[in-house]
Design a binder for this molecule. Structure first.
Ligand code: FRU
Length: 424
């Protein structure tokens, strides 16, 4: 690995491992780590668009922040096409599932605002068409920088490639609503390097995205988490003793799990503004366990670092499995070692009767967890489904030491502010 973290006053570290033995402890449907059933009669935020990944406006310490009493969220968003011949089936009916599954290719960043932290009002696109350099605007983080309303939106510019970028603009409020102005110049920050983080040339299914900048509560420096895969040609990774962990007899066979190589990446800023970044080795790797650790983020609590990341059933390796949902790890210092929460890592998974009901969970420092509705069965057999593309009910969770507990359920898309900033 070609990096010299000491240059920026960062102690070199070894990535922590999410092992196959840890993953064997995952128990779907444990009520303390399972999201309550989402009813199929959920309300839809907006019938013209699908929304999925939800990114609350926050400060660099992680606090969800309102401005002049207005809560603001950003969402990945795509138009719905109920009348487009391309999305009609043989009987002329709208094939919403196909439209929904195609959404990633036309994802754009939109914003919404609210006085109550729910019932979000449509704001619009953050960047005008043509501003973002690639076809897809994928997930990231909007950061409120100051009381002048300046916002740095970090996100992922995808297809071609996958580049972590940022664009600066401003949030403006009136008594009637919120608008986003500026957001005209996108600055590329970095891409996968092939030494620490896998590139597209090494693996056409690589992941490199979802920036989450933050100020370390202990050293005060500016860092960024992101999703990656461990560098190396696809199929070349070794799933050895360390990656397997302490498994019972009969569990040593790793099958084709060398193809699953997710990691949580970290970078440190070389400057105060976060315009110049140095990638560091991953904080956490899941080689032989899972291929995606998406949208990594932190909750800083009780002097500890709670690292959360979302993952899927379909991205697990041979011989291990778990529900779609959010997984977590905890450490006493930023660079670890991290241990899986609840023994396994599973923090909040979908119930097995509704395996795709929600995804893209985001754990806020107040213990509230927001996510979006993907699809909910409408009959006993689960063959009929209703597609969501809207906000899921928020879940309340307690984080205690190395454990988490589901303790409450709130309204759809309930994202209350933790701080209000009065703009000057
Ligand atoms: C999570 C995710 C993100 C990505 C986006 C693409 O739901 O896969 O990792 O940025 O969705 O739509």
């Amino acid at each position: 690995m070609k990096t010299n973290p000491e240059k920026f006053g960062v102690t070199p570290h070894q990535p922590s491992l999410w092992t196959r033995a840890d993953a064997l402890k995952v128990r779907a449907d444990d009520p303390t780590t399972t999201q309550p059933l989402v009813s199929a009669d959920f309300p839809v935020l907006n019938n013209d668009v699908f929304i999925w990944d939800t990114m609350p406006l926050r400060d660099l310490d992680g606090n969800v922040t309102s401005v002049d009493g207005w809560s603001v969220i950003f969402t990945l968003t795509a138009d719905r096409h109920p009348n487009d011949p391309q999305y009609l089936d043989e009987d002329g009916n709208y094939d919403i599932l196909r439209d929904w599954n195609d959404r990633h290719g036309r994802a754009k960043m939109y914003y919404w605002f609210s006085r109550t932290g729910k019932n979000w009002e449509f704001g619009g696109r953050v960047m005008a068409e043509g501003v973002s350099p690639t076809a897809r605007e994928w997930a990231g983080t909007p950061i409120l920088l100051n009381d002048r309303g300046e916002v740095d939106l970090y996100y992922t510019a995808v297809t071609p490639g996958a580049t972590i970028v940022k664009v600066r603009g401003r949030v403006v409020t009136t008594e009637h609503g919120v608008s986003m102005v500026g957001f005209e110049k996108v600055k590329p920050l970095f891409e996968a390097d092939g030494n620490m983080y896998q590139t597209e040339a090494q693996n056409a299914f690589w992941g490199f995205r979802d920036p989450w900048p933050f100020r370390d509560p202990k050293d005060g420096k500016l860092y960024m988490l992101f999703e990656g895969n461990v560098a190396g040609e696809r199929g070349s990774h070794k799933v050895g003793e360390a990656e397997i962990g302490d498994v019972p007899p009969g569990y040593e066979d790793v099958g084709n799990s060398r193809f699953q190589t997710a990691c949580v990446g970290i970078a440190v800023a070389r400057d105060a503004d976060g315009d110049d970044w140095e990638m560091l080795p991953p904080l956490l790797t899941a080689v032989g366990v899972n291929d995606q650790t998406e949208r990594p983020h932190f909750v800083f609590q009780d002097g500890k670092y709670y690292l959360f990341t979302i993952s899927h059933t379909f991205t697990y390796a041979d011989g291990v499995t778990g529900p779609d949902g959010v997984y977590g790890f905890v450490a006493d210092s930023l660079f670890g070692p991290y241990v899986p929460l609840n023994g396994s890592g599973l923090v909040l998974g979908n119930p097995s009767s509704q395996p795709f009901q929600t995804y893209s969970h985001y754990v806020m420092p107040n213990g509230l967890v927001t996510s979006f509705i993907d699809s909910v069965p409408t009959d006993e057999t689960g063959t009929q489904i209703r597609v969501g593309g809207t906000e899921a009910p928020t879940v309340g969770m307690k984080i205690k030491g190395q454990q988490t507990f589901v303790v409450a359920e709130y309204d759809y898309g309930y994202i209350p502010p933790m701080l209000d900033v009065t703009l000057k």
